[in-house]
Design a protein. Sequence first.
Length: 104
Amino acid sequence: MNLLQAAEPAGGGYGTLIMFALIFVVFYFFMIRPNQKKQKAAKAFRENLEKGDRIVTIGGVHGKVESVKESTVVIATEGGGKLKVEKSAVASEFKEEELAQQNK
């Protein structure tokens, strides 16, 4: 018996190929696909921003939308200042319920 013959898998390698395919399917449905859905939802939120919306930026700045342009948003902060930020810097909508829970 040759050493090379002893090292070959019994099924010709199909079992390994099937295992890699199953791992890829699991990664796709549990990691890649949900991430794509979140990105689409975030993009839709940013595209539908309107004056008066309360938002939080990725830097943690809370403010109220004063004006919306093609790629930028002007927000008014609590101290009366105004900030011009990119739409891509808007993380989420600010909800009063979240503030109440944080202050408990």
